[in-house]
Design a protein around this ligand. Sequence first.
Ligand SMILES: Nc1nc2c(ncn2[C@@H]2O[C@H](COP(=O)(O)OP(=O)(O)OP(=O)(O)O)[C@@H](O)[C@H]2O)c(=O)[nH]1
Length: 378
Amino acid sequence: MPSRYLFHLWRRVTRPPDRLSVERRRSFEIMAEIYLLALCLQIFIAPVLYLLGYSVMGHLNLVCVLAYAVALRLHRHLWVALALGVKLGAFLLLLIYGALVLGSDSGVVYCLLFAEVELMLADLRRRTKLLLTAGLATLALGLADLPRLNSPPLGFEAHLLENFVLVAVFVMLCMVILRMLTITDRHEYRYRRDAMHDSLTLVLNRRAIFDKASAYWRQQTAFAMILVDADHFKEINDNFGHTAGDAVLHHLAGVLRDALRGEDDVGRVGGEEFLLLLPETSISEAVTVSERIRVRLARRPCQFGGQLMPVTLSMGIACADEGDKLQSIIELADRRLYAAKSAGRNQVVAEGHVESANSRNAGRLSRGVKDALQSEDG
Ligand SMILES: Nc1nc2c(ncn2[C@@H]2O[C@H](COP(=O)(O)OP(=O)(O)OP(=O)(O)O)[C@@H](O)[C@H]2O)c(=O)[nH]1
């Protein structure tokens, strides 16, 4: 039972705050774990120091425990640089005092390498890390120059070699960790990009576009949404084959993307169905955008294997201020899309149908929104 309680406590302390961007979450968690581990280790070391008669070091050790707890709190408030400063400040104080008492051959210098690892993993700028690495290496050289208590002093060449090795170890550690972070950042970025995009059309996938919509909803950002569906798309597949159908979908996504501003988003929410999110956009502006898309597609139809693949679009538009729930906005856009289809296709509907129950796939779309909202809660 206590172990379960400790596990939950550990998870609570190391879990990144929701407002933290995905790119910074890894460093947050690693550093929180380091602070917690260091805190546990120093608590464990405290009685040993007192038992061995090093009472001043014992007191300094308790200062470290207190400082690490403060660092954890600062870290949770995202003052990461200050948190690291407090943590390293107390740790270095203990190390320097330890080296003065125990001499340079006590191995205290090598504890600085752990400080270097912490520094490299922290969420700081690369330049800051390099500067602080130089500071730590200089401190290590200074501590290595202290008198040796248990062995005779080194000759000039041996002393030079020792200093050289010490600096080399710092440089290597710094380079290896920076490279490791660069490579893992690159991979993480690719995985994240692949997880958010539809592989056929390269626009956002269903989950990512619904996540975006629910983020706008939570932040109370005004937005318009356009639900776009290709007309008689089945006929393209039936007449020209599935590969041609895929090419048309790819082309459609390109036309949608090109017709929007940088801050707008396109997502594929079904086979031949797309959802467009336009922040800070009124219904009339969204209608203008929709008409622009229809005109552009008519002017620039998809070509596949030297053959034209004409396709038209039906669209339903709804605005964030037309409902009290995100789900009801999406269902309204879907009902208007259904109305556009029923009225003969190749058109835009942006009003009415508030009470109507006619919808093409409200259930499926609502599930997407529910999933997005749940993933944010969890
Ligand atoms: N090529 C291709 N076809 C797809 C893909 N996903 C769904 N489809 C096809 O899209 C077609 C959708 O057909 P329907 O839902 O009947 O709609 P429609 O023919 O566009 O008719 P309306 O929407 O009523 O105008 C089906 O034939 C699906 O097989 C895909 O990734 N690639």
